[in-house]
Design a protein around this ligand. Sequence first.
Ligand code: ZN
Length: 80
Amino acid sequence: MIPDIHHGTYAGALAHRRYGERPCEECRAAAARYMAQWRASNPELAKAAAARYRARQAADARAGKALRLARDTGRPQSPG
Ligand SMILES: [Zn+2]
């Protein structure tokens, strides 16, 4: 654990990630509170960010499925 992290804060969570570690439970909880507050004060931005996240997840799922099919059948699959 890095000593100069202000644990239990959103900045602490960012510092953990900057040092390449998973945030500790206190920092993780603080970051979740911060993001919930941010979503509540920026509903339109949050909606757009959620839509981008879902689109990326769906694209990754399709890519993963194509990779699994290619591996299982030995043939490359067209995406989609
Ligand atoms: Zn921490």
